[in-house]
Design a protein around this ligand. Structure first.
Ligand SMILES: *Cc1c(COP(=O)(O)O)cnc(C)c1O
Ligand code: SF4
Length: 381
């Protein structure tokens, strides 16, 4: 079957987590495209060759970790039948996902432990993360929050969200809310608007940030209706996750442009993924393309030790090496901060090349990006 015919494909909602069926907006125009995503192995095998013998194992995988692939995203793969294709690897399940390494956890960042109210993760003093849905346009195979879409957890009810917001109101040191999930843009626009308006009414909240992969995996979601809502909120930021240059297309650029026209500054949080973007050439191309469309590379994450993602993780030295080859060699505007997210809720820890070779009471011996060494006099405090 050709991907260009994807609009006619009729797939069922049977693999969708139970609690997700009721709230999805049937009225909005993006919904029919959303429903046409691939959700089971039979649908998938219309597009890629899957040997019969492998199907039972793959079905087992998606019983644990659901599958949902927007046909738009699948169409970005340059070589769908190559199991190393960077698009294919991010969206198509692999039997490696049911292998478990000793240090892996289902909640590696200890998010459940740092949750003082339903749907709220409060790890840092001045900001908290609000989980408004467990649903995504695409279930990325490397996702850290697999647990949310794994166990058929129902959508958080509005009353849970209100409880979380009551906590935010009481804890006045919280000045920023990260609206996350799942993907918050899977909510009906009206509901998203309602949540944003509740947040805006909290006096201590100065800034709202939405984390969404919609511009990358389902740019159709960024429509006029959504923009009308987005442009109302002047303290709103959007962070997304482009991981590979193949994801930057005319459609994703248009989606970013529409958001930018609403006054939104978009930042990008990539995940370092083995065999996908863990080399300087790919990362430079990605970051240059992002800079060209005014999307600021913000973080590059070490891939978390979540269960079922060992085949995406690579050594931390890889990330450091990529940063070493960027700083000085290209515009500082397109260099992300490489971070390890500390296990068990310890928070993000920036790591990178070391430019301080030694210190003395008088000053520091430093090296620059060309490995030239200099002594830098250190003024007294
Ligand atoms: C990543 C994250 C934040 C935001 O951290 P920044 O460094 O400000 O981007 C806040 N809360 C939680 C729980 C997070 O995981
Ligand atoms: S969009 Fe984000 S939350 Fe959803 S599966 Fe992908 S990485 Fe996970």
């Amino acid at each position: 079957m050709k991907l260009s015919k994807y609009k006619n494909l009729n797939t069922s909602l049977e693999d969708e987590p139970d609690g997700c069926k009721n709230e999805i907006s049937q009225k909005e125009s993006w919904h029919s495209t959303y429903s046409n995503s691939l959700k089971n192995i039979e649908d998938l095998s219309k597009f890629i060759f899957i040997p019969e013998a492998e199907k039972p194992a793959l079905k087992q995988v998606i019983r644990t970790f659901h599958m949902r692939i927007p046909l738009y995203y699948l169409s970005l793969a340059k070589n769908l039948n190559n199991s190393n294709d960077p698009i294919r690897r991010q969206c198509i399940p692999s039997i490696e996902e049911i292998e478990r390494e000793i240090h892996e956890k289902i909640d590696p960042l200890g998010e459940e432990k740092t949750s003082p109210a339903p749907c709220l993760i409060h790890r840092y003093p001045d900001r908290a993360l609000l989980i408004v849905t467990g649903r995504c346009f695409m279930y990325c195979r490397h996702c850290t929050r697999k647990r949310l879409w794994r166990s058929r957890i129902p959508e958080p009810a509005l009353k849970d969200i209100e409880l979380a917001l009551a906590y935010v109101k009481e804890n006045k040191e919280i000045r920023e809310i990260i609206v996350s999930g799942g993907d918050p843009l899977t909510l009906p626009t009206e509901k998203l608007d309602y949540i944003l308006s509740l947040l805006t009414n909290i006096k201590n909240i100065e800034v709202i940030r939405i984390g969404t992969r919609a511009p990358v995996v389902f740019p159709q979601r960024i429509d006029e209706n959504l923009c009308k809502v987005i442009e109302k909120y002047e303290n709103l930021w959007i962070n997304t996750q482009f991981n590979h240059p193949d994801e930057i297309t005319a459609q994703s650029i248009l989606a970013c442009k529409m958001l930018q026209r609403c006054g939104i500054a978009i930042s990008n949080q990539s995940v370092l993924l083995k065999g996908i973007n863990d080399n300087i050439k790919t990362m430079l191309e990605l970051c240059h393309k992002l800079q060209n469309i005014r999307v600021r590379p913000y973080y590059l994450y070490q891939c978390d030790p979540v269960i079922g993602a060992h085949h995406f993780r690579t050594s931390i030295w890889r990330g450091i090496d990529i940063l070493e080859n960027m700083r000085g060699h290209t515009s500082g505007m397109c260099i992300p901060t490489f971070v390890v997210d500390g296990i068990d809720g310890k928070g993000k820890i920036p790591i990178g090349p070391n430019y301080v070779l030694s210190v003395s009471p008088e000053g520091l011996t430093l090296r620059n990006y060309r490995n030239e060494i200099l002594f830098y006099f250190n003024p007294k405090e």
